[in-house]
Write a protein that binds this ligand. Structure first.
Ligand code: HEM
Length: 401
């Protein structure tokens, strides 16, 4: 494990130890921080991207915006790093930006795991990946030293990293070592931004195709927030239609596309026969067998979803925000710890974006909206998480300046 054992890779008693230290980091103070930072970063983005005084904006690559947003959010709220839209976090020597290093490590995660001697081969890609990995490691060590000193001095911030370091410091029996704290730090940085960024990009894409849904959601945003008021964390639960457009995009392109489990004892799985066939079959699973759960299959199963290939956010209207009926964050003890982090961020960002702008597709000559939807939204690939390929949209200001 190149960045230390962590909550995702740990199993059994080791996982319980990690979860015990990591869990306290996710509480109301963090979610309020996520909400307020999303608002701040949205305003910063308008300024830096020079959208502020424009009535029309061409966004060449939606993913670039959502990735930057999600990365800044996890950097500031996950770690308390000082970063703004045009100054991403860097290690103290000012070298390769951390987002760049993280991207290279993520894209080359198979390379960073190769035996050490291979790093000395004169292969540029390997060298760059190794360089990026070392940068991340240095950055995270620096951050950990700094945070431990702050916590020891009683300066405890609301970000997830500070709370995790504090929980570890207070723990007597199940303490994580430095490598393990860094492992979890990396996992937050990575899972906390790729996933949310992909789902947000997909949501924007679906809005570009479905004007009717977009208008219905904007109506709710206007009735809750009005035209000018800054959204407050207390608005989160009132914006259930905004959450629903994000849920439905996440269902249709679930970033966590495969869940891997290992049987800890001999067992038997009872599986229902396909729709339309009565009965079920029993599949014996010997201890030690690894099972991959196809999350895409679950999210498109007609047994659970009527007309599963149709984007229909109304499936989720009025659903309690933490309901296990929505399963793309997984359910049970190993369900996503960052679910509320992601949904608070998404609800605030989408409410701000859709209140200000109408989202339109950028059609090719002669292309219909439906054809655009089929071309863009079905162009998915797996970059560790499942994601739609990058695409452009046009934004039209709802109240011209
Ligand atoms: C749309 C956004 C997200 C989706 C769809 C998503 C999905 C998932 C899924 C399906 C799992 C279960 C994986 C498994 O059991 O193998 C998971 C676990 C996890 N997620 Fe997320 N996630 C999202 C955002 C986040 C964010 C923002 C964070 C952190 C800030 C985060 C942190 C975690 C952690 C720590 C786990 C491991 C929990 C454990 O094993 O105890 N996720 N996520």
């Amino acid at each position: 494990m190149f960045l230390g054992m962590n909550i995702i890779t740990a199993q059994g008693a080791m996982w319980r130890k990690h979860r015990r230290i990591v869990r306290p980091a996710f509480g109301t103070d963090l979610y309020k921080l996520v909400w307020n930072k999303t608002l701040e970063i949205y305003r910063d983005m308008l300024q830096v991207e020079e959208w502020k005084d424009k009535n029309f904006v061409d966004v060449p690559a939606v993913q670039q915006i959502t990735h930057k947003l999600a990365f800044l959010l996890i950097s500031t709220c996950g770690f308390g790093f000082a970063s703004t839209w045009d100054t991403p976090p860097r290690a103290t020597d000012g070298g390769m930006p951390i987002q760049e290093a993280l991207k290279i490590v993520a894209e080359n995660s198979n390379l960073t795991a190769v035996p050490k001697w291979l790093w000395y081969l004169p292969i540029t890609r390997l060298r760059i990946a190794r360089f990026a990995r070392d940068r991340l490691r240095t950055f995270m060590h620096e951050q950990l030293i700094e945070r431990k000193a702050m916590v020891a001095a009683g300066d405890i911030r609301a970000d997830a990293f500070s709370i995790m370091v504090k929980a570890n410091q207070d723990e007597s029996t199940y303490k994580l070592d430095d490598e393990e704290v860094i492992g979890n730090t990396f996992i937050f940085l990575f899972t906390g931004h790729e996933t949310t960024a992909s789902s947000l990009a997909a949501t924007v894409g679906y809005m570009a195709i479905h004007d009717d849904i977009q208008e219905e959601v904007v109506e709710q945003i206007m009735s809750v927030l009005g035209a000018d008021r800054d959204p407050d964390y207390s608005d989160y639960l009132k914006l259930d239609k905004v959450l629903a457009i994000f849920y439905e995009a996440t269902r249709m392109t679930p970033p966590g596309h495969a869940l891997i489990r290992q049987a800890t004892e001999d067992t038997v799985l009872t599986v229902q026969n396909p729709m339309g066939e009565e009965g079920s079959k029993n599949i014996p699973i010997p201890k030690g067998t690894e099972i991959t759960l196809d999350m895409v299959g679950v999210q498109y199963n007609p047994r659970y979803f009527e007309d599963p290939k149709t984007y229909r956010p109304s499936r989720w209207y009025g659903l309690p925000a933490d309901s296990e009926q929505f399963s793309a964050f997984s359910v049970g003890p190993r369900a996503c710890l960052g679910r509320k982090f992601a949904t608070v961020e998404a609800t605030c960002f989408l409410a701000l974006l859709l209140r200000d702008w109408q989202v339109l597709p950028v059609l090719r000559a002669g292309e219909t909206k439906e054809a655009w939807g089929a071309r863009v939204m079905n162009d998915t690939h797996i970059a560790i998480t499942l994601t739609v390929a990058d695409f452009p949209v046009k934004l039209v200001r709802r109240r011209p300046v």
